[in-house]
Design a protein around this ligand. Sequence first.
Ligand SMILES: C[S@@+](CC[C@H](N)C(=O)[O-])C[C@H]1O[C@@H](n2cnc3c(N)ncnc32)[C@H](O)[C@@H]1O
Length: 202
Amino acid sequence: MESRLRLSKKGMETYTRAVAILKISKKPNGKNRRELRTANRALRLEIHKAVIKDLSRRNAKSILEIGCGDGELLVKLASIGNFRSSHLFGIDRSRKGIRIARKRSKRVRFAVGRSNRIPYKIKFDIIFTVLSFHEWENGYESIPGILARLSPGGSFIIYDTMPMSTRSLLVYKKRGVKLTVLKDRILVKIVFSKPSSTAQYI
Ligand SMILES: C[S@@+](CC[C@H](N)C(=O)[O-])C[C@H]1O[C@@H](n2cnc3c(N)ncnc32)[C@H](O)[C@@H]1O
């Protein structure tokens, strides 16, 4: 059974702080803006911790993050024992993000790419995306292409904070993909698991 993605107490506190700042001033400026930036960054790091813990339960040889930004999460993942022998890849549509990511690590392979244009030929055991899916201009339409890039038995995992319609995802169940949607307060985790035998997959 899929495990829940749990945000720490500190994560919830930073979220509450960010919401409070936004309530006080709709257009934060000066001190408010700095506070909001600090709260958002702290929240992002707490979400990264929860994601890393969740990914650590899996055994994967090849892992791709879509929308990896400046590569912060993948670089952390690379330093964790479970992933020492995994092949780690990250793509983002932002050239600037990828430039920074490449400077951060030689161990992880980073490239400019998009959710609907993955610039690698290999198949992945896990493809995941964190706090990015809600920005994808072609969100739901990218999914079939991503599932096609999974190895048999592989998973595509969306981690995000935005409320999103999951009804349109049900179609994948009919195609033999196991779909799990888990929500925990502000976090949502959606897992598409491809069957081990691709013969079932249409
Ligand atoms: C809020 S940032 C999150 C970055 C990183 N995942 C993190 O948690 O720190 C969202 C990222 O998604 C990237 N992005 C948005 N749409 C994308 C798409 N269709 N394909 C690839 N990257 C995309 C943006 O360039 C940005 O770096």
